[in-house]
Design a protein around this ligand. Structure first.
Ligand code: SAM
Ligand code: SF4
Length: 333
């Protein structure tokens, strides 16, 4: 019998159980805090092929990863994403506990039933405003009706929906209590996110940055929030909206460091494995796989575990350069 593969423990003793895969850096929207208007995307020849993504993901499952999230860019703009979901879904219950997706929902109505059929049970949907004009402004050209239709289709297909909202001063901060009410009325969870300094955009993030401590104070005045012990090994801290099924998560990398319990690594669409969202260090899994097959892939994964830093390096301040030069869309949020 072959020896079991070594499990994924980093140099700080953290077990890695969660792989996020950015299946494309492209997107049909241009959210102001995420991308610049004139983004340059990776050339198609640089991307991992579907088979390579699947082989890498399967190696991670064999080495102990139990949760995979597909993200991007917008994962549903990649043409063969359905095939990838079906293939990875085949590992559910056989090593993989959860396969999930983060999406802007513009194309979710077309995919919801197939995602559910492949074993996906939860999706995260980005939604930064319920006002059509604001939504269009923030995303630069998104159509709110289309996105709400995608969310409704997901719920109808049996997918639990968690809404992700980046808190933005002067854009949606005043709307967050109403957004929470909407989530309660629809039975969705809500996670609020502090804007993070990833990649150059067309504005200074300081102008939009809202500490979630401030948001929390405001929400506590309008809603009874009860601390919830729920942990995902992720960055969020959770509360329950009393008397409802809705959980509120706060993702505050700038005002509350979450790195001690980090259980994740991130694969980009061109095959780089980033051991931390907040650092530029990475290993090239595509080169390793193409040049040396599975043994080289394992060695490259081990190297990423060796260099995984203890903490992210985010700071936000007027005139400070982004902590990392790549955008969130490259490492998949
Ligand atoms: N396109 C999909 C979406 O929007 O859900 C998936 C990719 S997107 C990069 C994943 C998440 O990252 C979204 O919730 C988005 O709001 C968030 N995000 C993007 N750029 C961010 C930034 N600079 N700081 C904080 N969150 C960001
Ligand atoms: Fe696209 Fe998501 Fe970035 Fe918005 S946050 S531009 S939807 S990748």
């Amino acid at each position: 019998m072959p020896a079991p593969l070594p499990s994924l423990i980093d140099a700080h003793g953290r077990a890695i159980r969660y792989l996020r895969i950015s299946v494309t850096d492209r997107c049909d929207l241009r959210c102001r805090y995420c991308m610049s208007e004139a983004m340059t995307f990776l050339p198609r020849h640089a991307l991992l092929q579907l088979e390579e993504i699947a082989v890498i993901a399967e190696r991670f499952i064999a080495r102990g990863v139990t949760k995979i999230r597909l993200s991007g860019g917008e994962p549903l703009v990649r043409r063969d994403v359905g095939e990838l979901v079906r293939r990875l879904g085949g590992h559910l219950g056989a090593g993989l506990d959860e396969l999930t997706l983060t999406t802007n929902a513009t194309k979710l109505a077309d995919h919801a039933a197939n995602l559910h059929a492949a074993g996906v049970r939860r999706v995260n949907v980005s939604l930064d405003s319920l006002d059509p004009d604001r939504f269009r402004f923030i995303t630069r050209h998104g159509d709110l009706t289309q996105v709400l239709g995608g969310i409704a289709a997901a719920a109808a297909a049996g997918l639990a929906v968690k809404i992700n909202t980046v808190a933005l001063a002067g854009l949606n901060e005043d709307e967050l209590p109403a957004l929470l009410d909407w989530c309660v009325s629809q039975g969705h969870d809500l996670s609020l996110i502090e804007t993070m300094p990833l990649g150059a955009i067309d504005e200074d993030r300081v102008d939009r940055f809202v500490p979630l401590t401030r948001v929390f104070e405001r929400l506590s005045a309008s809603h009874e929030l009860v601390r919830d012990a729920h942990r995902t090994g992720g960055p969020a801290r959770y509360w329950r909206v009393a008397g409802t099924g809705t959980r509120l998560g706060l993702i505050s990398p700038l005002t509350a460091n979450f790195c001690d319990g980090c259980n994740r690594v991130r694969l980009t669409t061109d095959g780089k494995l980033y051991a931390c969202l907040g650092h530029d260090d990475q290993v090239d899994l595509k080169a390793a796989l193409r040049e040396g097959g599975l043994p080289a892939l394992d060695a490259a994964i081990d190297e990423a575990l060796r260099i995984k830093p203890a903490r992210h390096a985010f700071v936000i301040g007027r005139g400070t350069a982004p902590a990392v030069t790549r955008h969130m869309s490259v490492t998949g949020g």
